[in-house]
Each structure stands twice: as C-alpha cells, then as structure tokens.
Ligand binder design. Sequence first.
Ligand code: AHR
Length: 341
Amino acid sequence: MKKLLSVLLAMTMALSFAACSGSAANSSAAAPANSTAGKAAGGDSGDMTVVGFSQVGAESDWRTANTASMKETFTEANGYKLIFDDAQQKQENQITAIRNFIQQEVDYIVLAPVTETGWDTVLKEAKDAGIPVIIVDRMIDVSDDSLFTCWVGSDFRKEGDTAVKWMQDNLKDKKELHIVHLQGTIGSSAQIGRTEGLEAGVKANPGWKLVAQQTGEFTQAKGQEVMESLLKQNDKIDVVYCENDNMAFGAIDAIEAAGKKAGKGGDITVISFDSTKAGLEATLKGKINYNVECNPLHGPRVESIIKELKAGKTPQKLAYVDETAFDANTITQAVIDARAY
Ligand code: AHR
C-alpha cells in the first residue's frame, strides 16, 4: 500500500510539472498586441512609439519649419522613435518610404503628400498591415476614405479666396489688371486650392486678365527664373500672384533686376502665401503687398491625434487649421517678433 501511494505521488508531481511547463511556453508566445518590442523598426525602440514620417522635401522655408516642428515633437525624450524620410519632391520616393515603414512595422505612418492622387495602392498595403495613416498638410484624393485615419492641414482654397478678396478691395481703382501667376507643385493641394481661388477671381472680375500661369515648383530659384522670362515676354504686368513666399522672393529679385519696383507703391503688386518670418519681413518692407498665412507647425497636432488613437478614441477625420493674412499697410514688427517660423 505504502509503495502504491508513493508511485501515485510521483506521477501527480510529474503531471503538474508538465502542466506548468506548458503554460509557461504559451504565455511567452502571447505578447501584447500593441507592444513595440521585437518590431523590425523597434529592435532598439523598447517602449517607444515608432512613427514613420514621409516628408515632401525641403523646397521652401515653410517646409523646413514643418520638418523642424515634427522633429521637435517626435523625440526620444517624448517617447518616440521617428523614422524621417525626405522624398525630394518625388511621389515614387514617398511610396517607397511608406513600403519601408510597413516592412519595419512602425506604429503610425505620417504622410505629407506631394500631390493629391496616386495613393490608393500603397495606402491599401498600409491598411492591410493594420498601420494607421495620418495625412498632414496637403490632402489626398483616394477612392476609399478608410485608406487613411485622418488629415490635418490648411484650407488652401480659402487661402486663395482671401488673397482674391484683398485684390478686389485694394486694386479696384484699376480698370484692367494684368496678372501673372506663379504656381506651386502642380497637383498638390496647395497649388490646386490657391489656383482655384485666383481663377474664380478672374472669372468674377471682368477687368482681370490672367496673362501667364506657370509653375515655379514652390522654390525661390524657379520662381526667379520663371518671373525673369515672364517679364521679358510681357510689357504689362500689374500683379504677380505667387503661391508661396520663396517664389515671391525669386519674383521680387527678377522684378528689381529688370529695373522695376515690386510691392507697395511700386510697378508690380506682389501677393504671397505662407507668411514665414522672412515672408513677413518682406511684407513689412513693403516688397510683398499681401501675405496669406499657411501654418506649418503640425508636429503637436499630429501628436495629439496619436494620443487620441492610443486612448482608443476616434480623431476628427478632417481638421482645418485657423489661419490669417498680413497686409503691408498694417503689419508691425511685433507680429514678426512673435513669429515662431
Ligand atoms: O503645402 C504647403 C506648401 O508647401 C507651402 O505653401 C509651400 O511653401 C510648401 O512648399
């Protein structure tokens, strides 16, 4: 009997040891779904949130300020590992960057798209991988809105309408207005909205003549080059409508090199967008007559979206940033001193 009891005890101990080993093996296989440990990108990211940011490029002062805002927000000290990619103004580079982010299993993808169209396939890949995509600055045009989580940026059409309203109010004494138009990157929301605003203004004001419309690709060098050739081709230019500050700087250089005066009390009225610090300095000097703001400080806005998502909330699908505009007749040094970008 004693022998039988000790055999039974040994069998029970062996069985319970096997059961414990089994449960230990199972628990180590079940890592929490939202854990970043062991991710391809997060090998050394520990508990940090991994954000892949595909940036358009570095074409303008606005863009530089936007990149700085993202980098200052998504720091390791704030709990993030930021994977930054500069696409050099090329959509194919952005598509490659997004595919790399998917492969690296980032927690969030942030996309500042160069143009509106052409995103369906790659964003479907991100969706299938279960990675939320936040669009920032310019908008995208996709067949299915569930391909992105949400968007934050500017109302570019409203910016164009604001500029047109100023032209109507301030240039109404001129029977005819000969306008040349320096456009941004063709197909980008910033170009589309600001162009739509001007074209609607031209339709509504019979005296307004759109004598030329050409892209300066949002850069100072191209803005200058295009304006130089437009000045050679057109004797009569009353207004240059520049879709950003950097193209306005280039246009002003070209106007002055042609022996004309740009801006307030000059030969050619200069309209610009962005209102960067340098743009506002040119406005205070009177070289830009009217500057419509476009706010690039999106880092904290994107971070608050990520915090909402982490908390299981649903962020607003489309969030427009509040913006204003500055007139050379009323701007003060204090406005420029207070400018963060
Ligand atoms: O999308 C925002 C625009 O892009 C800014 O107006 C311009 O400066 C930038 O390059």
